[in-house]
Design a protein around this ligand. Structure first.
Ligand SMILES: Cc1cc2nc3c(=O)[nH]c(=O)nc-3n(C[C@H](O)[C@H](O)[C@H](O)COP(=O)(O)OP(=O)(O)OC[C@H]3O[C@@H](n4cnc5c(N)ncnc54)[C@H](O)[C@@H]3O)c2cc1C
Length: 473
């Protein structure tokens, strides 16, 4: 294969791989430039939930769904805060992607499509995923890309961070500079797709753009490179001022500022009714723990100091409210207390507060008032109605949680056809973006709609590549 390319894809992750495969299918010559030593990006970390309306699997299971119904569900969950020009084609075409996965041997989790309750739930079962989360998607993408490489339609450069976009005198993007083999290499193409993901693993950019403390569960390569590359050639940003953490996460056992997604406290009341209370560092409660809407809890968390709270419960709750943490048995809770970072146990509430870093007087007062509400049969001062038992049986437990950043909401502004725009709304010739680099606000507002990061990443990438292959710009 010679070194003339029709398309350079910056980032061989979720969106980038989808675009590269589709573009090669359409006869284009594609270069994928990836900074990591392997392809896949966040597919190595993600839950891998993909949504689709009118998929073959839905039809086989008698599930009635349509793009219109799905769009209404998204509008309800996001309260209308999403880009309709971006999402309309996604809901229209997502079923083609899910069926395409199916055609290419995707290992579906047999329980899907289903409704996911970890986020504000859709009204229709339309979330699909593989048995191996994001890796099931990668297992489809990888051999398809390899076949295109083998056939000479694609090239893949690994360990090759793109450091700069090349432009001509009129400001059009004409290629990239990548650092590879110990030197800067310039390569040109009439189209460059930025598919570098979000910035949820970059504390500095996060502080700069979001202004809140970062505790991250994002994939480590999500360092916002695409935003910097785009801004350097005049791109505008969208999603400014929007942020929503995922609700709760224990501190990472060894790495400050990170969490382990696999080991998350189960805090959705639709999945486990809470026997615990949530307190801030002053020992004050700030939301009713039995709130069924996880979205309402996530929004309340944004106003909690340091985005940090503790779940506080007694020994009886350990047996009655299971699992406190995904995959943990009651014995795990008892054994990991005072061993695993963020999990505390003590014989009195005062000792517990001191060990955990909560104000002891505040906690004592809060537990006393909670217990009074239990005795009175509720509801309590937060409006909580599920009041199963007093918090009184020692030992007492506190688990430290932080609002967790899995995805970032600010990104490059694009039009409905993935063309990157300047802040005056004009498009930058030759430059396109897809995936989380456009910011989650565009696709899921200030909320989490199931599948509404991966699905738009892939569907937009595929549509863009198909347009390019058809000669449209
Ligand atoms: C724990 C977790 C669970 C999630 N669960 C879901 C879910 O179930 N459903 C859902 O829809 N979303 C989910 N998400 C979000 C979703 O997975 C991501 O938003 C999406 O996969 C991002 O795709 P992307 O193509 O934009 O970026 P990525 O898949 O991260 O790909 C970006 C690629 O670009 C490369 N790159 C970056 N900078 C450069 C550079 N300068 N030069 C060259 N290469 C570069 C990176 O190394 C990476 O390979 C989850 C996220 C996390 C962290």
């Amino acid at each position: 294969m010679d070194d003339r390319f029709d398309l350079i894809v910056v980032g061989g992750g979720t969106a980038g791989l989808a675009a590269a495969i589709e573009a090669c299918d359409g006869g284009l010559r594609v270069l994928v430039v990836e900074k990591d030593s392997r392809i896949g990006g966040t597919l190595h970390t993600t839950g891998g939930h993909v949504a689709g309306a009118g998929t073959r699997r839905q039809i086989q299971r008698g599930i009635q769904d349509s793009p219109d119904v799905w769009l209404k569900d998204i509008a309800r969950i996001t309260r209308g805060l999403f880009r309709e020009d971006i999402i309309a084609p996604v809901v229209e075409h997502a079923h083609e992607f899910v069926d395409w996965l199916d055609d290419n041997g995707f290992a579906f989790d047999p329980s899907t499509p289903r409704i996911i309750y970890g986020h504000e739930p859709y009204e229709t079962p339309r979330t699909h995923c593989g048995i191996d989360a994001g890796l099931s998607i990668l297992a489809v993408f990888k051999p398809l890309l390899e076949a295109h490489i083998e056939a000479g339609r694609a090239q893949l450069w690994l360990n090759a961070p793109v450091t700069e976009l090349l432009t001509d005198g009129a400001g059009a993007v004409t290629g990239v500079t990548a650092y590879t083999g110990g030197r800067d290499v310039q390569v040109t193409a009439p189209a460059v797709l930025i598919a570098t993901g979000g910035f949820g693993a970059d504390p500095e950019m996060f502080a700069d753009l979001v202004g809140l403390p970062l505790v991250s569960g994002a994939h480590p390569t999500a360092t916002g490179d695409g935003l910097l590359l785009g801004e350097a050639v005049g791109a505008g940003l969208q999603g400014d001022g929007v942020y929503l953490p995922t609700f709760g996460g224990l501190p990472h056992p060894t790495t400050p500022g990170r969490v382990q997604w696999e080991e998350r406290p189960l805090l959705t009341a639709t999945e486990r009714l809470p026997w615990e209370i949530y307190v801030d560092k002053h020992g004050k409660r700030w939301v009713r723990e039995d709130e069924l809407s996880i979205d309402a809890k996530e929004r309340a968390l944004v106003d909690v100091e340091d985005l940090t709270f503790w779940t506080v419960f007694d020994d009886r709750a350990v047996d009655e409210s299971v699992p406190m943490v995904v995959n943990w048995t009651p014995d795990d809770v008892r054994q990991r207390a005072n061993v695993r970072a963020g999990v505390h146990k003590a014989d009195s509430l005062v000792e517990l507060a001191q060990a955990a870093g909560i104000d002891p007087d505040g906690l004592l007062d809060t537990v006393e008032r909670y217990n009074e509400a239990v005795d009175a049969g509720g509801p309590d001062e937060t409006g909580r109605e599920f009041l199963p038992a007093r918090i009184e049986k020692a030992p007492f437990y506190a688990m430290r949680n932080h609002g967790v950043t899995l995805v970032t909401f600010i990104g490059l502004d694009v039009d409905g056809q993935a063309r990157v725009r300047r802040s005056d709304g004009s498009t930058i010739d030759g430059l396109y973006a897809a995936g989380e680099v456009i910011g989650a606000t565009a696709t899921t507002g200030q909320s989490f709609c199931s599948g509404m990061l991966i699905t738009p990443s892939v569907v937009h990438a595929r549509l863009f590549a198909a347009r390019l292959a058809a000669g449209q710009r």
